[in-house]
Write a protein that binds this ligand. Structure first.
Ligand SMILES: [Zn+2]
Ligand SMILES: [Zn+2]
Length: 396
C-alpha cells in the first residue's frame, strides 16, 4: 500500500476534522494556559492508542510501530490576547482571546495525521512522535517542555518537523526554504528612572519623557550606522509609556522594544548597542540611577537543514505537483520550535502553507480579522504533515 492510499483515507475524517477546527477556534487559550486544549488533544490521541505524556504544559503522543526512524512533528497550541472581529459563525467564545495565528489549524492538521498513521499501521514503520507545544507566542513553551525533561521522557527523534499556516502562497499551496527561514527575535523592557516634579518646575525634575525620546531617536542609528548593511536587522520601539497628566512630570518612563536578526552575533550586537545607548542617554539626562533593562521573549533562529529540505520538498512536489510548492524568501517572523531539535542536537525542517484563497481578503496572522479558509487549507496542512512524515516512515 502506497502512502497515497493513506492520504486518500483522510476523506473519511474530513468533516470531523472541520468540526474539530471550529471547536478549537471557538475555545482559544492563552500562552502557557492551554489546559482545556491539552485535555482535548490527550483524549483524541488516547482514543487512537497513542501513549500520551504530558510534559511542561504540552504533550507528546507516541506511536511505536516496529523498526525504523523516529520522527517528531510539532504543532503549537496557544492563542493570542486579541478580540476577534471575523464575524465567523465559529468565532472565539472567549472574550479578548483568539486563535489569530492559526495554531488551531496546526493542531487539527496534526490530529488528522495522527489518525491516519494510527489507522494505517501496515503502511509504515518506525516511531512517530506527535508533539503539541504550549506557549509559542511568548517563546516559553519549547523551553518549558525541555525544562520538564522532554529529552529524557521521549525516544530521541532522528529529525523534527513543524509547519505554519501563512498568508502566502495561495491556499492549497505550500513552500519550503533551505537554511535560515525565520529570524531570531527578542524583546527588551527599558525603565528610565527620572525624578518627578510639577509641570511648571522642570528644573526640579529629571524628565524621563525627554530622556526616553532621546533614546528612541538614538536607537534609530543602530541599524542605520552600526550593523553591516548586508545584514538583516530590525529595532522597533513598540511601546513608550509615561505619565498621565499634562502638568506632572512623571518619575519613570518605560520603553518596550522588539528586535529581529538572522544571525545570533547581530542579535547580540543589537542588544549590546541598545543597552549602551539607554545607559548613556540616562547619564546624559542626569539620571541618578541607571535604567533597568530586561531582555525577554528571546527566540532562536529557525535554520532549516539542507538535506531534509531537499528530501521533503521533493516529496511535496511529487504529491502536490511542482507548481504548488514555492520557495519562500526568509521571513522576519520568529519561532521557538527549533529550541527542541537544537536540544536533541538533531536536524529539522519548518515549512509554511497558504491559508487564503484568491477571492478572500487577506488579513495577516495576529490580525483580529485573521480567518484562513478552512478548505483547502486544512486538507493541505494535514496532507503536508503526512507526506513529510511518511517520506521517512513510509514503507517503500
Ligand atoms: Zn503568532
Ligand atoms: Zn504562530
Amino acid at each position: 500500500m502506497s502512502y497515497k492510499t493513506i492520504i486518500k483515507s483522510l476523506d473519511n475524517i474530513q468533516s470531523r476534522q472541520e468540526e474539530t477546527y471550529k471547536f478549537l477556534h471557538r475555545n482559544p487559550e492563552l500562552s502557557m494556559q492551554e489546559t482545556q486544549t491539552v485535555a482535548f488533544i490527550k483524549e483524541e490521541l488516547v482514543k487512537l492508542d497513542y501513549q500520551v505524556l504530558e510534559i511542561g504544559g504540552g504533550l507528546v503522543g507516541i506511536l511505536e510501530n516496529g523498526e525504523g526512524p523516529t520522527i517528531l512533528f510539532r504543532a503549537d497550541m496557544d492563542a493570542l490576547p486579541v478580540q476577534e472581529e471575523t464575524e465567523l459563525d465559529y468565532a472565539s467564545e472567549v472574550d479578548g482571546v483568539m486563535h489569530a495565528c492559526g495554531h488551531d489549524m496546526h493542531m487539527t492538521a496534526s490530529l488528522g495525521a495522527a489518525w491516519a498513521l494510527a489507522n494505517n499501521k501496515e503502511a509504515w514503520s518506525g516511531t512517530y512522535l506527535a508533539l503539541f507545544q504550549p506557549g509559542e507566542e511568548i517563546a516559553a513553551g519549547a523551553k518549558a517542555m525541555l525544562e520538564d525533561g522532554l529529552l529524557e521522557k521521549i525516544p530521541k527523534p532522528d529529525i523534527a518537523l513543524a509547519q505554519h499556516v501563512l498568508t502566502t502562497p495561495e491556499a492549497g499551496h505550500l513552500g519550503t526554504k533551505e537554511g535560515p527561514f525565520l529570524s531570531t527575535a527578542a524583546s527588551l523592557k527599558i525603565t528610565i528612572n527620572g525624578r518627578g516634579a510639577h509641570g511648571s518646575m522642570p528644573n526640579l525634575s529629571i524628565d524621563p519623557i525627554v530622556i526616553g525620546s532621546a533614546i528612541v531617536s538614538k536607537l534609530q542609528t543602530i541599524v542605520a550606522r552600526e550593523v553591516d548593511p548586508f545584514q538583516f536587522a530590525v529595532v522597533t520601539v513598540g511601546s513608550f509609556q509615561s505619565g498621565n497628566q499634562a502638568n506632572i512630570i512623571p518619575e519613570t518612563a518605560t520603553l518596550r522594544l522588539n528586535i529581529r536578526a538572522y544571525d545570533e552575533i547581530v542579535k547580540e550586537q543589537l542588544i549590546s548597542a541598545i543597552k549602551r545607548i539607554a545607559i548613556a542617554e540616562c547619564e546624559a539626562g542626569n539620571c541618578e540611577k541607571e535604567p533597568d533593562i530586561e531582555v525577554y521573549d528571546s527566540f532562536p533562529l529557525t535554520d532549516n537543514d539542507a538535506e531534509i529540505t531537499e528530501h521533503v520538498t521533493n516529496a511535496f512536489k511529487d504529491h502536490f505537483s511542482a507548481d504548488k510548492v514555492v520557495n519562500y524568501k526568509p521571513m522576519t517572523a520568529s519561532e521557538d520550535f527549533s529550541a527542541i531539535p537544537r536540544a536533541f542536537e538533531i536536524p529539522y525542517l519548518y515549512w509554511g502553507f497558504g491559508g487564503f484563497t484568491a477571492n478572500q481578503s487577506i488579513y495577516a496572522n495576529h490580525n483580529p480579522k485573521f480567518a484562513p479558509a478552512i478548505q483547502p487549507t486544512l486538507r493541505t496542512g494535514t496532507e503536508a504533515a503526512l507526506v513529510a512524515i511518511l517520506s521517512y516512515l513510509g514503507n517503500k
